[in-house]
Design a protein around this ligand. Structure first.
Ligand code: GLU
Ligand code: ZN
Length: 467
């Protein structure tokens, strides 16, 4: 049997970490089993579904590499299919038309609440003779069994039992002619041959209803795994927050897809104490048994730790490709400076995000002004002018451009002026980078290059003279 899973977002907002996690688990389960991963948009809620949300979800999944083998399907493109099935269910008696007005249903509800009963449809239209050509508005309800139980085994939670008498005759077609979520899911899961439904635990209550519809259609019942929620530090469910962060926001902030995937993998799944998983390891090791029953709390520190790890452990060529984007985003032209792989080698150990890497290395590509503040005064003052003049001359005369030779210049100058290495290096560093912090002085000078170095040293000397 081919394992088939699906990610079935409703395109009504951002692709948040909680949804990405469900997508990842479904994707990994398919990959682990050499199966098929389907992407399906559940967009029948026309008022809330947007094109923009579809685009965001696709963009986020692609960025993370969670690509699909089939789809994307759109439920709104399958309406005919659903309606044909509903029609035949009406004929066979598996479903029926309900003509109750909203006023009646509202009253029914109020009375039931008053009596302390659970509000539910009372089955008034269950036995009305079928009228194929009616002119009155109606909805179609599924004829749910009145007795017995629905029992299913959840891969994460074990045996789950619902009494049929607790379940309503669910509306499967709205009066506006659009089928409802629970119905479309069932038809899609069946038509698409989904073997494993991995989704959020907020759908547990839908499962017995969906199973009953599947049974009435004589379809196979998939295996279910209901994943626990992700919460904020405050305990609030991420999916329930307004303004949830779209996963592409992490991209903007300089996180790597590998870090995000590794982070959300562990957010609810474990394999011993292992924290770091390469993509291949994830695929190899993932199973439903490792999924946790309890909810998981989002922890940005751990995500940062993983991002730092991946910045330092993935190939510099790959990181270089990712890094280009962030320089472009800041309008920094990198064509005239050192190649990015050199920058990564000397800055990665100090960076948690690729944005930070841009901040730490922008001076390699971009000119800057000295700010008039205490740090500038500390280095660009009359006492240091001699250091800058001397080093400028030595650089101009240097014939072999190497890190080693540049280091020798600093050393020679410190001997000549009888001061420490750092007393030479710091004003030079500040003059050529505009900052007290940079990679080691020799490699920094080396990568900035002779012409830019000389012009910046000249600029620093002018600054001292003018201030
Ligand atoms: N469309 C549903 C949601 O976004 C998911 C339904 C499912 O996975 O069965 O919550
Ligand atoms: Zn009715």
């Amino acid at each position: 049997m081919i394992i088939k899973t699906r990610f079935a977002p409703s395109p009504t907002g951002n692709l948040h970490i909680g949804s990405v996690r469900t997508a990842l688990y479904s994707w990994l389960f398919a990959k682990h089993n050499k199966g098929v991963f389907v992407l399906r948009f559940e967009d029948t809620d026309c008022e809330r579904s947007t094109e923009l949300s579809v685009k965001r979800i696709i963009k986020g999944l692609k960025w993370l590499g969670l690509t699909w083998d089939e789809g994307p399907y759109f439920q709104t493109q399958r309406l005919k299919r659903y309606i044909n099935i509903i029609d035949s269910m009406i004929l066979s008696g598996e479903a029926y038309k309900c003509y109750c007005s909203t006023i009646r249903l509202e009253e029914l509800r109020k009375n039931q609440i008053l009596k302390g009963e659970k509000p539910r449809y009372d089955g008034k239209c269950r036995d009305i003779k079928i009228d194929l050509y009616d002119s009155k508005p109606y909805v179609v309800r599924f004829r749910n069994p009145k007795t017995g139980k629905v029992i299913f085994h959840d891969e994460i939670r074990g045996k789950i039992v619902f009494e049929n008498k607790e379940l309503d005759d669910l509306i499967i077609l709205r009066s506006n002619g659009i089928p409802t979520y629970n119905f479309c899911v069932v038809i899609d899961d069946r038509d698409m041959g989904i073997t494993h439904v991995i989704r959020g635990e907020d759908h547990i209550n839908n499962t017995p209803r969906q199973i009953n519809i599947l049974k009435s259609l004589g379809a196979n019942i998939p295996i279910y795994a209901h994943v626990s929620m992700v919460t904020e530090n405050s305990g609030e469910k991420i999916s329930k927050r307004n303004n949830v962060i779209d996963v592409m926001e992490y991209h903007q902030q300089g996180y790597l897809p590998n870090a995000i995937l590794n982070y959300i993998l562990r957010l609810g799944w474990s394999y011993g104490n292992q924290e770091v998983f390469s993509l291949d390891e994830m695929k190899k090791l993932f199973n439903l048994k490792g999924l946790s029953k309890s909810s998981s709390c989002f922890n940005i520190k751990k995500l940062i730790w993983l991002n730092h790890y991946y910045i330092n452990n993935l190939s510099v060529d790959y990181i270089g490709k990712c890094l280009e984007y962030y320089f472009q985003a800041e309008n920094i032209d990198i064509s005239e400076g050192p190649i990015l792989t050199e920058i990564i080698k000397i800055t990665a150990h100090r960076c948690n995000t690729l944005r930070e890497m841009v901040q730490l290395s922008r001076f390699f590509y971009q000119e800057f002004e000295y700010l008039s503040n205490d740090v500038t005064k500390k280095y660009l003052n009359i006492n240091n002018i001699i250091i800058l003049q001397e080093i400028g001359k030595m650089i101009a005369d240097l014939s072999m451009w190497s890190e080693r030779n540049l280091f020798q210049l600093i050393k020679l100058l410190s001997i000549k002026l009888n001061i420490t290495l750092s007393e030479v290096a710091m004003p030079v560093r500040f003059a050529i980078t505009g900052s007290e912090i940079s990679p080691s002085i020799d490699i920094t000078m080396y990568l900035i290059g002779k012409n830019r170095l000389l012009s910046r040293i000249g600029k620093a000397i002018n600054y001292i003279n003018e201030n």
